[in-house]
Design a protein around this ligand. Structure first.
Ligand code: ATP
Length: 342
C-alpha cells in the first residue's frame, strides 16, 4: 500500500555542496503493518520519512500510495492525498496558544469541516487517547507523553490511511515511551492504519514493529521481519542495533570460563515452537550429553518468548552432533561458536 521505489534525494545544487541523503531507497509497507526504519544520526531517516508526504521532494524515484505515484499528482490532487497521511513529531509541534481541543481540531478547521462535526470528532479522538478531561487545557499544562497523545489525536483527525512517526518517543522516558507505543498499536488495531516510524532506538522496533529496515549512509543495508533481523542480523550495523536491546555481549569472566571448559560451545536461539518445549532438558534426556548454560537471556519479541543462549555441550562428538540436529529440528537456530568468537 506504501511503496518507495528507488528513491534518491540530493540536497544542494552546486557540486561541492551536494549531499546525497538517500541513495536508492526501496521499501514496501502493507496495509495495517507497523514498519520501522532504524539508523544512526545522519543516516537519512528524517529525509526518508519527509519524502513520503513530499515535505521533501525526492530527486528521483517513485512514492506510491495505493498504487498512485504522489510525484505525478497536480498540487490539488497531492493536497487531497496528503490528508490521508498523518504525521507525529519528536517535539510534538503543538500550537501553544491553542487549547488541546483546538490543536486536534486544526486539520479539520483547515479543511472547512462543519463545527458540529469537528466537535464530535475532537471529543471522540481525545477520548480515544485518554485525554477527554484535558480538552480545555493548554499544551504547556501537559506532560511530554500527554503532548504526544494530543499529537496522535491531531494526526488521526483526517482519518489517515498512513501515520508517519518521526522519532515519536525519543523525548520520552521509558515508561511513557511504552504507553505511547501501546497507543500506536491500538491505533493500528482499531483503525487499520499503516504506520511508518523512524527511530534510532532498537527498543522501539522490538516493542511495536512488524518489519524493520536498517538505514546507513542513505541506503537500506538490511530489512526483514523483526523476528528475522533480531534472530539473524546479517550486517554488523544491524547486529550492533540488536545488541543494544538483547545485550548479548559476554562478560570477560564468562569468556574465560568458556575458554577453560571442555566440549563445544553453541549459540542457541529459540523462538516460536521451540519456546513451547523444554528444549535443553529434552536434549539432555535424549542424548548422552551434558548441557551447561554459559550466558544468555530470554525476553519477549512480538509477544513471543525469544531466547538467545550460549551453551556448552560435552560428550561423544557423535552424540553432540545428534543433539545439535535435534535442537535444530525443534526450530531452534544452533551455531557453533569458537573461542575467538566468544
Ligand atoms: N535541508 C538539508 N540540506 C542539506 N543537507 C541536509 C538537509 N537535511 C539533511 N541533510 C543531510 O542529509 C543527511 C541525512 O540527514 P537526515 O536528517 O535525513 O538524517 P537522520 O538519520 O534523520 O539524522 P538525525 O537522526 O540526526 O536527524 C545528513 O548528511 C544531513 O546533513
Amino acid at each position: 500500500m506504501l511503496l518507495l521505489d528507488d528513491v534518491y534525494k540530493v540536497y544542494g545544487k552546486k557540486k561541492e555542496k551536494k549531499v546525497e541523503a538517500l541513495k536508492g531507497i526501496t521499501l514496501s509497507v502493507e496495509k495495517g503493518e507497523i514498519f520501522g526504519v532504524v539508523g544512526f544520526s545522519g543516516a537519512g531517516k528524517s529525509t526518508l520519512i519527509r519524502c513520503v508526504n513530499l515535505l521533501e521532494r525526492p530527486t528521483s524515484g517513485r512514492v506510491l500510495i495505493n498504487g498512485v505515484d504522489l510525484l505525478t499528482l497536480s498540487p490539488k490532487k497531492l493536497c487531497e492525498q496528503r490528508k490521508k497521511i498523518g504525521m507525529i513529531f519528536q517535539q510534538y509541534n503543538l500550537l501553544h496558544s491553542k487549547t488541546i481541543a483546538q490543536n486536534v481540531a486544526m486539520p479539520l478547521v483547515l479543511e472547512g469541516k462543519p463545527k458540529a462535526y469537528i466537535k464530535e470528532k475532537v471529543t471522540e479522538l481525545l477520548s480515544f487517547v485518554g485525554l477527554e478531561d484535558r480538552m480545555n487545557h493548554y499544551p504547556e499544562q501537559l506532560s511530554g507523553g500527554q503532548k504526544q497523545r494530543v499529537g496522535i489525536a491531531r494526526a488521526l483527525a483526517t482519518d489517515p490511511d498512513i501515520l508517519l512517526c518521526d522519532e515519536a518517543t525519543s523525548a520520552l522516558d521509558p515508561t511513557t515511551t511504552q504507553s505511547v507505543l501501546d497507543l500506536l498499536r491500538k491505533v493500528r488495531d482499531e483503525f487499520q492504519v499503516t504506520i511508518l516510524m523512524i527511530t534510532h532506538e532498537m527498543n522501539v522496533i522490538k516493542d511495536i514493529c512488524d518489519k524493520v529496515a536498517v538505514i546507513e549512509g542513505g541506503k537500506i543495508v538490511e530489512q526483514g521481519s523483526v523476528m528475522e533481523v533480531f534472530t539473524e542480523p546479517k550486517t554488523e550495523i544491524a547486529r550492533s542495533f540488536v545488541r543494544t536491546v538483547l545485550n548479548d555481549e559476554t562478560p570477560k569472566g564468562i569468556k574465560d570460563w568458556m575458554k577453560a571448559s571442555n566440549g563445544k560451545t553453541y549459540r542457541v536461539i529459540f523462538k516460536g515452537n521451540a519456546t513451547n518445549i523444554p528444549l535443553l532438558s529434552d536434549t539432555a534426556k535424549k542424548f548422552s550429553v551434558d548441557l551447561n548454560v554459559f550466558h544468555g537471556m530470554v525476553t519477549e519479541l512480538q509477544g513471543q518468548p525469544f531466547g538467545n543462549l550460549l551453551i556448552n555441550i560435552q560428550g561423544d562428538s557423535n552424540e553432540i552432533e545428534q543433539a545439535v540436529e535435534f535442537m535444530k529440528s525443534q526450530e531452534a537456530i544452533v551455531k557453533e561458536v569458537t573461542p575467538n568468537e566468544f
